[in-house]
Design a protein around this ligand. Structure first.
Ligand code: MN
Length: 309
């Protein structure tokens, strides 16, 4: 499965600009190993929403050309990967020895800390899902790696719909997910009308449509776009024109740390990423090994090292 969406050059040029009100931003169409992807975070003027630092909407894969969906072993540092499927099934393996299938409605959460490696294989086409990253804060990002799977997640009842809550709490439903910072994540299924989402006013928020468009405050947010909401909101109005609209709600306390991302690494400076790049190339113990027949993915040369001997 092509869910390791490596960070590309345009993604590294996003800075955080303060928001006065809700703003809709267009995502970027890209491709991760052949699978069409809408990358809505990072986006122009926005690097993080809470600790969320990467949001890819993956698929659907081409039914006419169903290549085997697979991503071989590759490393991560300084982040948690959150995998949320809409269709299909996938198998996660990692250097902790984890082997975990995942289906829609379930959550895989892998936290890298100082270093981990993993591989992903999609068992069943069609495949569609969301790949999210949470940046780890300074307090935990040098620590141990871990993995958790949640087969059952709580549902929140909303004014005009419901939400499966897969991180943090929403409308009385609290997810069992372990996160290093205070965050929220919910898969909203909305009926026609306006839902007032009860949210934490300390949180930055984002609404990411997956099926149908939504109006967040006064901003229309189309699929492939992201609606960004500044802190200070206690009830977020989300209006939809028809039944069956589906969107993600993401949010969290502002990270307050300036991150840098390159390839599969979240760090604070180039030196950290250079060291991780070299350790992956040299196959040191840092990233362990993954029990999978899939081929290992080598890192590209970091652009800041290109041309050096
Ligand atoms: Mn990955």
């Amino acid at each position: 499965m092509r869910i390791s969406g490596p960070v590309q050059q345009p993604d590294t040029e996003c800075a955080d600009e303060p928001l006065a009100t809700v703003e809709a931003r267009e995502g970027r169409s890209t491709e991760v190993g052949g699978l069409p992807v809408a990358r809505v975070l990072p986006t122009k003027g926005r690097r993080t929403v809470g600790a969320w630092c990467f949001v890819d909407l993956m698929g659907p894969m081409d039914a006419q050309d169903p290549d085997p969906l697979e991503v071989g072993p590759h490393p991560h540092i300084g982040l948690s990967t959150v995998t949320w499927l809409l269709e299909g099934e996938a198998l996660h393996t990692d250097s902790l020895g984890t082997e975990q299938p995942i289906r829609p409605g379930q959550l895989n959460l892998m936290t890298a800390g100082h270093g981990i490696s993993h591989a992903e294989l999609a068992a069943e086409p069609p495949f569609r899902g969301v790949q999210l990253w949470l940046a780890q804060p300074e307090a935990t990002r040098h620590g141990a790696s871990r993995f958790e799977h949640h087969a059952h997640l709580p549902r929140a009842t909303l004014d005009h719909g419901e939400a499966v809550v897969f991180a943090g709490g929403l409308a009385g439903a609290v997810a069992p997910t372990t996160t290093d910072t205070e965050v929220v994540a919910g898969d909203l299924r909305l009926r026609r009308g306006t839902t007032l989402l009860p949210v934490d006013p300390r949180f930055e928020l984002a609404v990411v449509p997956m099926e149908g468009r939504v109006k967040v405050g006064e901003a229309i947010v189309e699929p492939g776009w992201i609606g960004l909401v500044p802190p200070g909101v206690e009830e977020l109005p989300v209006e939809v024109e028809r039944d069956g609209v589906r969107a993600l709600l993401l949010g969290g306390v502002p990270l307050g740390e300036r991150i840098q991302m390159w390839w599969n690494f979240v760090a604070r400076d180039r030196e950290e990423m250079t060291i991780a790049y070299r350790e992956w190339a040299q196959r040191t113990d840092r990233f362990g090994s993954v029990p999978t027949p899939l081929e290992r993915i080598e890192a590209p040369v970091p652009p800041w090292l290109a041309g050096q001997a």
